[in-house]
Design a protein around this ligand. Structure first.
Ligand code: ADP
Ligand code: MG
Length: 392
């Protein structure tokens, strides 16, 4: 589900939308000077897409889609820009590349994203994840086995804050579905014993789940897809490009004029950005509870990231967590996990593990950033946030 048109540099390709949808994404991408991915129009588009045909992929609603957005400018006349928009994994995804191989790279990238959706979605019956969830010992591809093994590594590293076996509870709550539900404590208690990476057994290319257990890669699949697209860009020799798979952003090389790309982290409290970061060759992944949530009739807000230890939606002192590093899969897993941990836990985790930069936006009105970002970030004037470097 994609359309593409070539455009000279300095003007983004016009982006079409699938039959039956209004042509609204176009406006969001018309300007090379500032590509804002989370426009109201894009939200409406996502909403319409969900209404029209798509089921939820990996229990993921596309509205988190742009917790991080890109601003870009500075193409030279010598380099043509190509853009493509793909709707997959319940998310509007935008990919842009410069240079002579740009079109081929984007075509391969969109094919790859669709292939990964078919492989990893738990709402597509034929996917390998659905087969594992159906029970029994399942022979899976080396790729799926490897991704599940990585997920288990992140579960161990985060002391269970990130855990793909959270699936039964994700289904019970249904936060991102059309029928969210606030379960009773008894219902939660009944499912909690099914959560834990010890229930997923991996042996070579065979994956087996204990009875009643299920897996959901919603917290990691887009990150993995971004790694794969980055590899495709590299194979095609792309040295300038951007991808935004929902809240999972990758900036390839630099802007065509050699300047860093600018990634904007959305202000969770209002439209606009809380902070921007100048980046080259980096992944930037944001998780938060402020876009995909359910407000119960009594006014209680339940958001879509669950604490595997309690079975409840996280009640965090964080509004969002952004992880910036050179590994999209890890960034995705960690952004989810560190949101579960809360501000103090996330900072302690970073001090112990390192290997990534991060930006925490707290309910207390602070933007906390790791010192490695101090030369790269630009606070948003008048945002009301206090910008504080995290103590190493
Ligand atoms: P998004 O995919 O919306 O950008 P995340 O990467 O943070 O956001 O993933 C959230 C999704 O991951 C949820 O919608 C759910 O499918 C799944 N999930 C929820 N809680 C957890 C958790 N603690 N560990 C792993 N996956 C989770
Ligand atoms: Mg994640």
């Amino acid at each position: 589900m994609e359309t593409r048109r070539k455009a000279p540099c300095g003007q983004a390709a016009s982006v079409g939308v699938p039959v039956g949808c209004v042509r609204i994404a176009k406006a969001a991408l018309r300007y090379c000077t500032c590509v804002v991915l989370l426009s109201e129009n894009v939200r409406k588009y996502i909403y319409m897409m969900k209404k029209i045909s798509r089921r939820s992929f990996l229990q993921v609603c596309g509205i988190t889609a742009a917790t991080a957005a890109l601003t870009a400018c500075g193409g030279t006349a010598a380099q043509e820009m190509q853009s493509i928009q793909v709707f997959a994994m319940d998310t509007v995804m935008d990919l842009t590349a410069y240079g002579e191989n740009a079109a081929a790279a984007l075509t391969d990238a969109s094919r790859e994203i669709n292939r990964l959706e078919r492989l990893l979605s738990r709402t597509i019956d034929t996917s390998e994840i659905s087969q594992i969830n159906a029970g029994g010992a399942v022979t899976v591809s080396e790729e799926t086995a490897s991704l599940l093994a990585q997920a288990q590594t992140y579960t161990a590293a985060t002391d269970g804050a990130f855990d793909v076996t959270i699936a039964p509870l994700v289904s019970l709550w249904g936060i991102t579905t059309d029928s969210p539900y606030v379960p009773t404590q008894q219902e939660i208690d009944a499912l909690l014993p099914l959560v834990g990476s010890e229930h997923l057994h991996l042996s070579g290319d065979t994956a087996t789940l204990d009875d009643g257990c299920a897996i959901d890669l919603g917290g990691i699949a887009k990150g993995y897809a971004s790694d794969r697209v980055a590899a495709i860009f590299a194979r095609h020799g792309i040295t300038s490009g951007t991808i935004s798979l929902g809240g999972n952003v990758y900036v390839c090389g630099s802007k065509p004029n050699g300047q860093p790309w600018v990634v904007a982290i959305q202000n969770p409290r209002s439209d606009g950005y809380a902070v921007t970061v100048a980046l080259m060759d980096s992944f930037a992944v944001t998780s938060g509870g402020y876009q995909r949530y359910y407000t119960a009739p009594d006014g209680t807000v339940y958001q879509h990231i669950l604490d595997p230890k309690t079975g409840y939606p996280v009640e965090s002192d964080l509004l969002s967590v952004s992880i910036l590093c050179d590994n999209g899969t890890m960034a995705d897993a960690y952004s989810t996990a560190l949101y579960v941990m809360g501000s103090a836990g996330a900072q302690a985790f970073w001090r112990t593990h390192g290997g990534f930069e991060m930006i925490l936006i707290t309910t207390a009105g602070q933007v906390l950033y790791t010192p490695g970002l101090s030369e790269k970030i630009t606070p948003t004037e008048g945002s009301g946030y206090e910008y504080v470097s995290i103590h190493p």
